[in-house]
Design a binder for this molecule. Sequence first.
Ligand code: G3P
Ligand code: MG
Length: 250
Amino acid sequence: MTWPLPFWVAHRGAGKLAPENTLAAFRVGAQHGYRAFECDVKLSRDGLPFLLHDDTLNRTTRERGIAGARDWAELSRIDAGAWHSRAYAGETLPSLDAIAQFCIANGHALNIEIKPTTGSELETGEVVGREVLRLWTGQPNHLPLFSSFKPDALIGAARSAPEVPRALLLDALKPGWLEQAKTLGCIGVVANYTLMDRTTIDAIHAAGMKAAVYTVNDPASAQWLISNGIDGIITDAVDRFAPAQPGGRA
Ligand code: G3P
Ligand code: MG
């Protein structure tokens, strides 16, 4: 299994410039030259994978409550753009299906962070895995990368879609993290960039995995990581980092 992402990846579509995890955000990232995107995916009550970061609708829509407690028919009508700015009013929560179609049609790579509603980790991984195999049928060389902070989500994805590459997300280096990534059959580790020192990067490489980071928005940190061997950077700052080369200064 090969690492399916280029070096620079736009976070939540295009980070802060457009409402996160919407099709509009992907379009803005693409306008800035980005060819790869990270997004957060969870399940509606009736089991449809869609994009949203939080468990609740509160922060990024004008609705309230647990998103995963509503059916897709209802979620699909919710405005997910007006909270960001008036220009994006009317932008809706996208299904994974809609994002897959955008990425496949434009040749973009995708990092699907499986972000289960609390308590549905295994099921979310399994369903998202099945959906990805359906959506990327006939594209075996352009499959997305799954990542998750939740090991059970990666176990679920491995059950239904073993051929889709996986990475373990880390927000802390707890004892056994590298062994856990290996046990989960991951081909990479994606960590908070403040955790990635030279020793950590070398340890990941020695285990035969790629080492990537989120969410780097300042040039000094990016340069330090690049000179210490990092394999990929997820950023909000699509207007600051030109994605054509690792140096990346726009
Ligand atoms: O996938 C990397 C990054 O998105 C993880 O953090 O909270 O932005 O989803 P978060
Ligand atoms: Mg994420």
